[in-house]
Design a protein around this ligand. Structure first.
Ligand SMILES: CC(C)(COP(=O)(O)OP(=O)(O)OC[C@H]1O[C@@H](n2cnc3c(N)ncnc32)[C@H](O)[C@@H]1OP(=O)(O)O)[C@@H](O)C(=O)NCCC(=O)NCCS
Length: 182
């Protein structure tokens, strides 16, 4: 496994994060976006996530950012507030070296500490074996597939949902998430 360092994302990382995401948007199916956002838009999105109190991490390999991951609200309505959705992207040339796993494990640990009870992965397309295996390896279970809800690069895409309980899961009521810990 590569010698990876994880740290909180900084606004200065936005251009590198935008470049990693750009390749995923243009060449992959994980994102249902068609036009890649530029670095300024990526910086705005990062700030919104961090300002809402969710973790946003980057993975560095030999001092260079090669992957990133963050949590966000699964859905905005208040009864969903104990559930988070994760997103992880690793640069094409750095995939398969354990970076995605380390980022996901760190996000799971942070979400558990903060008192969230479920983590949800919404995976772009059934053929995204790397993502489904990564999530299964980190304790996620398959929930279901919404078939052919996206159309990109000339073909219909499925949306696969996987889920992992955190902490007590659904075996006890939630406890308040301290604002300082979110
Ligand atoms: C999915 C993704 C984040 C995985 O990151 P990664 O750093 O390449 O994955 P890792 O090297 O940490 O692998 C962890 C586990 O995932 C699975 N996995 C990763 N890549 C795989 C591949 N190409 N084929 C099959 N399984 C794969 C394996 O179970 C692996 O564990 P193992 O090496 O012990 O077998 C990365 O491929 C990626 O960025 N893909 C494009 C964007 C994307 O799909 N993001 C997920 C959005 S939900």
């Amino acid at each position: 496994m590569a010698n990876i360092t994880l740290r909180a994302a900084h606004p200065n990382d936005a251009p590198t994060i935008a470049a990693i995401y750009r390749a995923a948007v243009l060449e992959g199916t994980a994102s249902f976006e068609i036009e890649p956002p530029d670095a300024a838009e990526m910086a705005r999105r990062m700030a919104a996530i961090v300002d809402a109190g969710y973790p946003y991490l980057v993975a560095e390999l030999a001092g260079a950012v090669t992957g990133y991951g963050y949590l966000n609200a699964y859905r905005p309505r208040p009864a969903y507030r104990w559930s988070v959705e994760n997103s992880i992207y690793v640069a094409n040339e750095s995939q398969g070296h354990g970076i995605g796993r380390q980022v996901l494990q760190a996000l799971i640990a942070k979400a558990t500490t903060r008192g969230y009870r479920q983590m949800i992965a919404v995976i772009g397309d059934s053929a995204n074996i790397a993502s489904t295996r990564l999530h299964r390896a980190c304790g996620f279970q398959f929930c279901g597939t919404v078939h052919a809800v996206g159309f990109k690069s000339g073909r219909w895409l499925d949306s696969v949902t996987m889920q992992r309980p955190l902490g007590d899961g659904d075996t006890s009521p939630p406890t308040q998430i301290a604002a300082s810990l979110r």
